[in-house]
Write a protein that binds this ligand. Structure first.
Ligand SMILES: NC(=O)c1ccc[n+]([C@@H]2O[C@H](COP(=O)([O-])OP(=O)(O)OC[C@H]3O[C@@H](n4cnc5c(N)ncnc54)[C@H](OP(=O)(O)O)[C@@H]3O)[C@@H](O)[C@H]2O)c1
Length: 260
């Protein structure tokens, strides 16, 4: 039985983050919601019936990490950190801008690592605590057009596993949750058009949040959403030539939508 949560949720103004905040609120004593834009966070706070603090700032900035820590200290500590904020750009790698590549690595990998480091002393004070890193199917199964995004999410998975083992003799669990395609604003029109043409299954943010809350209450250290996707991830580990061939067959369609 998990205790009631005192949680930090990054990217809470976005599709998946807001859905997680809504479903986590009844199970929580306090929430700290983080994002760059104030408006979506303020709207979300207005509908939640739990004490909520907002931290508006860029997680790539050290000042934002310090502000999250200050908010957590003010609310009397925390026992759950959800590293959910993320950015993605679907683009041909050869012509992708260095700024976009840097932004994905900074936001999707470095920021969760540094925020976790910043909050670990507080998390360790709780009788039991969790850090849950929101990865992606593309961090587990390399996909054309997502080389930089996939690299950042793959790094996040590696970070989660190593830190989980490093903290395995403490009361802090580190876990990894990987959604498949989900209908949120992170996906550009080109991604949506490609997904339609490839018949890629898409989840709603609410379904992802429900799976997330169930995952939080369970014991598995990681979860990949989607039966078919989980099977492909396994296949990718055991016989990578098979997904190589299947994705190679999709390459013409992918290229049609891939911004260059
Ligand atoms: N949707 C999918 O298909 C899908 C699939 C697999 C994994 N995921 C992962 O799920 C997570 C949530 O994504 P989503 O689909 O809900 O996308 P989303 O709707 O675009 O939400 C992402 C949130 O992250 C925040 N954010 C981005 N950069 C930030 C920064 N530097 N500092 C602080 N906040 C920042 C954004 O808010 P501001 O712009 O206000 O900062 C936004 O609210 C991401 O990690 C994503 O990679 C999504």
């Amino acid at each position: 039985m998990r205790p009631r949560y005192r949680a930090v949720i990054t990217g809470a103004g976005g599709g998946i983050g807001a859905a997680i905040a809504r479903q986590l609120a009844p199970l929580s004593d306090s929430l700290i919601l983080v994002g760059r834009r104030a408006a979506p966070l303020q709207l979300l706070r207005a509908e939640l019936k739990v004490p909520v603090q907002l931290v508006c700032g860029d997680l790539a900035e050290p000042g934002t990490l310090a502000a999250v820590e200050a908010a957590a200290r003010q609310s009397g500590g925390l026992n759950l950190l959800v590293n959910n904020a993320g950015v993605s750009e679907f683009h041909s790698f050869e012509t992708q801008s260095p700024e976009a590549i840097r932004s994905m690595v900074d936001t999707n990998l470095l920021a969760p690592m540094l925020l976790t480091r910043q909050l670990l002393p507080l998390l360790r004070q709780a009788p039991s605590a969790q850090v849950v890193n929101v990865g992606s199917i593309f961090g587990l199964l390399g996909f054309p057009g997502f080389a930089a995004y996939g690299a950042s999410k793959s790094g996040l998975k590696g970070f989660s596993q190593a830190l989980r083992r490093e903290l395995s003799d403490t009361a802090v669990e580190v876990r990894h949750f990987a959604p498949r395609a989900t209908s949120t604003g992170i996906n550009s029109a080109a991604v949506n058009a490609m997904n339609d043409e490839l018949n890629t299954a898409q989840d709603s943010p609410e379904a992802v949040a429900a799976a997330f809350v169930a995952f939080l209450g369970g014991d598995a250290w990681q979860k990949t959403l989607g039966g078919k996707e989980s099977f492909f991830v396994l296949l990718n580990k055991l016989v990578p030539a098979l997904p190589d061939g299947a994705i190679r067959k999709q390459l013409q369609v992918i290229r049609k939508h891939l911004p260059r």
